[in-house]
Write a protein that binds this ligand. Sequence first.
Ligand code: PMP
Ligand code: GLU
Length: 396
Amino acid sequence: MHLSQAVRHMTPSMTIGMDDRARALRRQGVDVVSFAAGEPDFDTPEAIKQAAIRAIREGFTKYTSPAGIPELRQAVAERLRRDYGADYAPDEIVITAGGKPALYFALRALCEAGDEVLVPVPAWVSYIEQVRLAGARPVAVPTDGGDGWQPRTDRIVPLLGPRTRAIIVNSPHNPTGTVYTRETLAALVEVSQRHGVYLLSDEIYESMVYDGARHVCLPGAWPEARDRIVLLNSMSKTYAMTGWRLGYVAAPRPLADGIAALQGHLSGNPNSIAQKAALSALAERVELGEMVAEYDRRRRYVVERLNSLSGVACAMPRGAFYAFPDVRGVLARPGGPTTSAALAEYLLEQAHVALVPGEAFEAPGFLRLSYATSMARIEQGLDRLAQALEPLAARV
Ligand code: PMP
Ligand code: GLU
């Protein structure tokens, strides 16, 4: 069968792929501990569910405006102003079916075929594929763990050219758990202003920051740069609503209109019921403190346990719900797996623990562990990792 080049050249999402494999093994009766999916284990808060049930009962089950219901666009604009001082009119907000379409439509609205988009790597799996699907060319900007994975402008500036349209900014960061410092963000804003490139700021993990840090919302902190900033966000992680499919874009009016028009043709309005649910999450200011405190507790436990494993080194992540251990010490040992992909395979087969190999994020030599799973499962999973890695260490 003829398939388009775009589809033939695409790599399916490995984060989803690993989780699917864990699920398939479970169906065969294998007790797999999955640290693969970046998906909250918490249930969607009750108030949000009740709002959705009310929406169904009241028959709010039809098409809405493709840009989203006005009340929700307004509620998003109000919360951006209230929480971050970011100034958007409701018609500069477009509600989408999650963070993924928000990013894709923004890329589609900004890029011509052959334009370039800079992506700091390691990077979440879908950035590079989405840039390609939008007809543009992803350009990797290397970052180092030694710098805390902060993107450096001395690496970005030489990569800028006449076709550069945008830079992807993701803080808190998937997969490293890094939170960009204010200095890093200020430098990115300065580059965007000086070179006329957009910053696509994916702030989906905004509520998951630890050690007393506060999330810096790009258009809130640098209002003078807002014409070059596209804010991308989603209800998925913050409100444990991955299955509901609801996100949003905040962008200057012409871009917001373009994104809404694309959405009108491509996916149509976001789910009407989920929009009412999101409205309740924002309007009733659903409390997230307990969830975040629990992630924090798990984060510290996971990092301590990982660092106790021979050949493994894990920096303390400051945000999101991922640990990103360096496993090159394990890979250097004779007779064992020599790549992080092979190690992830070994751990899934031998220990029944699912992790995503760094290769998925353009960062071989690392594994991503999502600690958005219960403490009991985390303990069990780490015990299994310790046991499975022991014979590899013994080979030294
Ligand atoms: N951005 C990042 C960095 C993510 O990790 C995810 C997770 N899927 C998304 C965007 C998209 O999330 P969703 O489409 O569920 O809103
Ligand atoms: N974003 C999450 C992750 O990185 C969910 C899976 C996906 O959409 O890639 O695991």
